[in-house]
Ligand binder design. Structure first.
Ligand code: GAL
Length: 666
């Protein structure tokens, strides 16, 4: 378990480096990440490369034993390049270029940009690939950040036409698959196929401009694949000269909506994954369960230890700032990452920069570079990490509960939302939250992933699933698994067209139900009464008819009062629950407890709101993290005797935690 800091040697006078290095060593900062925006230093003019500035910095910090995460600087193509080749600009949905002046102003499908990137990355990898201080590589920075996953330029259009040609082979096949007979959209050749720029109906339906849903989904897949193939080019360029592991920093699903990229697929091409965790800043304040869910998602993409590559370390924002992290929070956030499976936490950034767009973005140090209370807090964490690292290897929670996350489903839901207020990510979080509260770890899985390790699997709004995914889920149930399928599952084909089978289509036989009527809850709510307790639906109500399932719950008002909302079906050695509606938070909690009971998962009855409890293991020893996110002290009951590793004390019965304090118990 290590700490690091994001560092920009080029922002500071060289005379300052020594103070920084001394302070880092004192705080047990073991590595620094560098160079992700330094293209114009590496290549100040077309074809003229300069490395002295970085040689000097790497050698300097090597003297202090500080390791380097070296980045490829492709997130900021320099001015000379865009002037020479304005066609590298990414176009927005109206076809206007996203011009120079910020960052991310490039199209992933520009051959010229890709070639210039490949040449530079190879040069960097050749020069530093075997440097003893090199720890690992980061490709680009936050791929797709600021809504740059989908580009609407002519280059993308040409490549998209090729993509659909490879996929559908004949234009007739594409026309059938897309249903272009609707609104007279039949194409005569692949050259005619459009990319979904703003059309005449843009103002009516901003999200998707009322475009063909099959074309939109393919365009989203194509855009995600473009970033994955761009990644592979940079990774290959690095691997030619270096055997150090390669990563990229992912975005959280919640505040930044980074999920225009299929992160399961993207993670396959990287050696490990990392993400950027901003919790209280200009663009929002994340809930505890949201941060925990995002950690779990990131851990799940590769099912191995991950890093936080940018962990908030001060008040931050561009034009306006979020609050200063209250004393204790930086430490708490770090441990929450570690408890949920991170083995390295890198703080963004070492010191606040006095110039540029992010002059308000505070790091560990303020603009004056002097030690402050944030530095002291991180130095304390650094000391504690040293101690922990002697006891444990990388820690991972071992989940027995899984939630299926499908990017195809996510994109399909974003294209056609079903009803005002429906949000796929929010629905997944609603399923995650009760487990977070109860201290029960949850993994996220893709539909085709091995499910055999889980006692309980949720498929919330899994609107489409391919043949392999379907078989995988069926075989999990047949072998004794417990599965919950929710409303809006199994009703579309992989082309984003509605199935003509009775709802829930793909899952009808498995769940033993048919839905002949449903009621989107537009400006209304419906109460339910079920085996787990009572609740309220405010998004959707499927009126369930039983085929082989048994009813476990009914609606209690509206015209479908008395009809089923919740069922169970025995299938093979397993059970399939079908929940036809959404539920309020308190009913979700009751449902989670009910299903844990059925699946033999012990429930912690003494959990306390705002106290995050995570048990993790390094496969030899367990560590119980108890973390108080509340601004008041709490007393947490314990079921066993423990030793408190940070305080070197024996603990029995209860543990007292001050606001934002935590304990690691063995
Ligand atoms: C991240 C980004 C960093 C920095 C930080 C503060 O999204 O990766 O480079 O910009 O936010 O805005």
């Amino acid at each position: 378990m290590r700490l690091g800091a994001d560092y920009y040697p080029e922002h500071w006078d060289k005379a300052r480096w020594k103070t920084d290095a001394d302070m880092m060593v004192n705080a047990n900062i073991k590595l620094i990440r560098m160079a992700e925006f330094a293209w114009s230093l590496f290549e100040p003019e077309d074809g003229r490369y300069e490395f002295d500035w970085l040689d000097e910095a790497i050698e300097f910090f090597a003297e202090y034993g500080i390791k380097i995460v070296l980045c490829t600087p492709s997130a900021t193509p320099p001015k000379w390049m865009v002037d020479k080749h304005p066609d590298i600009y990414q176009d927005d949905i109206h076809g206007n270029p996203k011009l120079f002046g910020t960052r991310k102003h490039y199209c992933f499908n520009s051959d010229y940009y890709r070639e210039k990137t490949r040449i530079l990355v190879e040069k960097i990898a050749e020069r530093y690939g075997n440097h003893p201080s090199l720890d690992s590589w980061q490709v680009d920075n936050e791929l797709g950040w600021a809504n740059t996953v989908r580009c609407y330029c002519d280059k993308c259009k040409k490549k998209f036409q090729l993509y659909v040609k490879n996929k559908y082979k004949t234009i007739d096949n594409l026309n059938k698959s897309y249903g272009t007979v609707f609104w007279s959209q039949i194409y005569n050749s692949f050259d005619e196929v459009i990319i979904p720029r703003a059309g005449a109906c843009y103002d009516t339906c901003h999200n998707t401009q009322g475009q063909n849903p099959s074309l939109l989904l393919d365009f989203y897949r194509f855009s995600s694949d473009s970033i994955i193939s761009f990644s592979e080019e940079s990774i290959n360029a690095i691997k030619k000269y270096s055997d150090k592991p390669v990563t990229t920093n992912l975005l959280d699903a919640s505040v930044n909506s980074g999920t225009g990229i299929d992160y399961f697929k993207l993670s396959e091409v990287y050696d490990f994954v990392t993400w950027d965790n901003y919790i209280e800043f200009q663009w929002g304040i994340a809930k505890n369960e949201t941060v925990s869910k995002d950690h779990s998602l990131i851990r799940s993409y590769k099912k191995q230890p991950f890093w936080v590559m940018e962990q908030q370390s001060g008040p931050c924002g561009w034009s306006k700032m979020g609050p200063a992290p209250t004393p204790g929070k930086l430490r708490l956030w770090t441990y929450s990452a570690v408890a949920n499976g991170a083995d390295t936490v890198v703080y963004f950034r070492w010191r606040a920069c006095p110039f540029g767009t992010e002059e308000y973005w505070h790091g560990i140090l303020g603009h004056d570079g002097k030690p402050n209370r944030r530095y002291d807090e991180i130095a304390q964490v650094g000391k504690e990490m040293e101690k922990l690292s002697k006891i444990y290897g990388p820690l991972q929670p071992k989940a027995r509960v899984a939630i299926i996350k499908s990017f195809d489903s996510e994109w399909s839901h974003s294209i056609h939302q079903h009803v005002e207020g429906f949000d796929y990510d929010a629905l997944l979080e609603a399923y995650y939250k009760p487990f977070f509260d109860m201290g029960i770890p949850v993994d996220f899985v893709y539909p085709e992933e091995d499910l055999s390790n889980y006692n309980l699997v949720f498929a919330p709004a899994l609107i489409m699933v391919n043949e392999n995914g379907k078989k995988n889920i069926e075989s999990y149930v047949n072998k004794g698994g417990k599965l919950l399928v929710s409303f809006r599952s199994g009703i579309k084909d992989m082309n984003n067209n509605m199935l003509m089978e009775t709802v829930p289509g793909v899952f009808s036989d498995l769940a033993g139900v048919e839905i002949h009527d449903y009621d989107p809850q537009f400006q209304k709510e419906t109460k339910v009464s079920a085996s787990f307790g009572e609740g309220v639906a405010s998004l959707w109500c499927d009126v369930i008819s039983l085929t082989t399932a048994k009813s476990l719950g009914v609606y209690v008002n509206d015209y479908y009062a008395g009809q089923s909302c919740f069922t169970v079906n025995n299938k093979g050695a397993g059970q399939v629950y079908y929940l036809g509606c959404d539920l309020d938070a308190s009913a979700m909690e009751k449902l989670a407890k009910y299903l844990c009971d059925k699946a033999g998962i012990p429930v912690n009855l003494y959990y306390i709101p705002g106290v995050e409890v995570v048990e993790a293991t390094d496969d030899k020893e367990n560590a119980l993290f108890v973390m108080n996110h509340n601004d008041y002290p709490v007393v947490v009951p314990l079921s066993k005797k423990y030793s408190d590793l940070l305080k070197d004390e024996k603990i029995e019965e209860v543990i007292h935690l001050a606001p934002y304090d935590l304990a690691i118990l063995k």
